[in-house]
Design a protein around this ligand. Structure first.
Ligand code: BG6
Length: 502
């Protein structure tokens, strides 16, 4: 069964010549066009400073599609259909004149048939420009407040991460945005939430009845959430030097994975019911006092090493990075969720660049059986484990112990494995495709609400502040291509197995 096409609308991409637009948004829109998931009346207005004609813009998009791993081969007929929807507006994003021209362009389009039902403005620009862009959009009435979430025409604003760089700045940005727009118009994007397996966490937990009874402190020993990357800082040193791993990965993606894993079942699958439960989890996360951060968190930075068989430079040798940079490229943090369900169950979260493998997963490790009746010779038994693989090779596996065939008693763990690729053959959609369609249909379930982003910042702020106030002395402390600094092992409570090496 294929999904219906999203309602016709005009998508404005501010920063259409930027990296995000070329690498993620355009391939996603191209795919949606291919799968007929956008309607006839869908148009893109790309806004950027580059002096070029509309046709040159289309050609530059085509080149990026050809280079993109996500777009697949560029089918000429589909591209022709896609190109007809692509228009270009040259302008300086700091100049009110650009927004006036944008408004005229939108109004012209809105007089034509088929009529767009709304405007979607995507801020694909450096975060430092968000406040001014929002002001200009509002002043020129490109962005206008709509009180009724069901009203047509609608107007929505998509804001990329990072949403602020601390609780204080996130609050400021929220305040500014809400001077002009209602919450239902604001789509704070976290592309992890568009990933198939991340959405599946909710289905796995709440569309089955056998897991939920054991999904709590009585049965779960601890949870490990990993987002490991093999890439380094790539060409984003300017941004990354200011951000570091906690702002880049924890405040958003990893805490999202934690909330989906830990939340209570919402009464219905609607945006507010789901997000209410997520905010409750974030609020229940024990705040780490600034002066005790080292008990809960370990930071790291990669030095030179070998990744996928090739020598790679250390972080401090990357282009655009300060030679003695204190920026963490790895963190492991123990969070405690202080509520009835999770009291005493550690959630270990870690993420890093230039690690041994690219893998993101949520692993729920269960307690050991209370009593072992087997003879000592069978040795230590492995606890049960549910691993939800977010990427690559998306799937879910359940580890349990079995008897090895034979006359004597030997016990070994085995994995019962579900693989998306093997189970489903239909079209696959990237996270950005899913999320763009949600913006067009107005479904905010997979987007962070105002209180959600702010509470997530409140959770990570003390860690960032503690680390930024005390320069690291041991950086670089892990070689590229390894699983991170050895100090991270000490975070796991005694008696716990080590970090998984999935
Ligand atoms: C982005 C971060 O949000 O997520 C990047 O800014 C990171 O630093 C990326 O590489 C990881 O996303 P994915 O989808 O490749 O796991």
């Amino acid at each position: 069964m294929s999904a219906p096409a999203a309602p016709p609308c005009t998508l404005v991409i501010l920063g259409a010549e930027g990296d995000l637009s070329h690498r993620k948004l355009m391939p996603a829109l191209f795919h949606l066009t291919h799968d007929e998931l956008v309607s006839e009346g869908f148009t893109v207005i790309g806004v950027a400073r580059k002096e070029q004609t509309e046709d040159e813009f289309r050609q530059s998009v085509k080149r990026s599609l050809a280079e993109s791993k996500e777009a697949g081969p560029v089918d000429e007929a589909v591209f022709a259909r896609f190109a007809r929807r692509l228009t270009y507006l040259r302008g300086d994003l700091d100049d009110p004149v650009t927004y006036r021209a944008l408004r005229q362009r939108l109004e012209e389009r809105e007089r034509q048939d088929p009529k767009p039902q709304g405007r979607l403005v995507y801020l694909s620009i450096p975060p430092s420009l968000y406040p001014r862009a929002v002001e200009h959009l509002a002043q020129e009435q490109v962005a206008v407040r709509v009180r009724d979430p069901r009203a047509v025409p609608w107007m929505r604003l998509v804001i990329e991460k990072p949403f602020g760089r601390s609780l204080h700045t996130a609050r400021e940005l929220n305040r500014l945005v809400h001077e002009h727009l209602s919450e239902h118009q604001v789509f704070r994007i976290d592309h992890y939430l568009g990933k198939e397996t991340v959405q599946n966490v909710l289905v796995f937990r709440f569309a089955n009845s056998i897991f939920e009874p054991v999904w709590n402190r009585q049965h779960v020993d601890h949870v490990q959430i990993t987002a490991a990357e093999t890439v380094g800082v790539e060409h984003r040193a300017g941004y990354y030097e200011e951000a570091g791993v906690v702002r880049d990965m924890f405040q958003n993606h990893l805490l999202q994975l934690l909330t989906l894993t830990a939340m209570e079942p919402p009464a219905s699958f609607n945006a507010d019911a789901v997000r209410d439960e997520k905010v409750k989890v974030l609020s229940a996360i024990r705040r780490i006092p600034r002066n005790r951060v080292e008990e809960y968190a370990v930071r790291g930075q990669y030095g030179p090493g070998i990744v996928e068989g090739k020598p790679v430079p250390g972080y401090r040798e990357e282009q655009g990075v300060r030679p003695g940079s204190p920026t963490p490229t790895y963190a492991a943090i123990r969070f405690m969720v202080d509520n009835w369900r999770w009291h005493g169950v550690p959630f270990y979260l870690r993420s890093g660049k230039r690690l041994a493998r690219r893998v993101s997963e949520i692993a729920i490790q269960f307690r050991r059986p209370p009593h072992l009746m087997f003879p000592q010779e069978v040795g230590e038994l492995e606890p049960n484990l549910i691993a939800m693989r977010v990427q690559p090779d998306e799937g879910i596996s359940l580890r349990f112990e079995t008897k090895v065939p034979g006359i004597d008693l030997q016990i070994k763990p085995v994995d019962m494995d579900f693989s998306y690729r093997e189970a489903f053959s239909g079209p696959q959609h990237s996270a950005y495709e899913t999320l763009l369609v949600d913006c067009m249909t107005g479904d905010a379930t997979l987007f962070a609400r105002r209180d959600e982003v702010e509470t997530a910042w409140a959770v990570v702020d003390p860690i960032i502040e503690a680390w930024e106030s005390r320069a690291p002395t041991s950086f670089p402390n892990y070689a590229a291509g390894t699983w991170g600094p050895p100090e991270a092992d000490a975070l796991l409570a005694p008696g716990h197995p080590r970090w998984r090496e999935p």
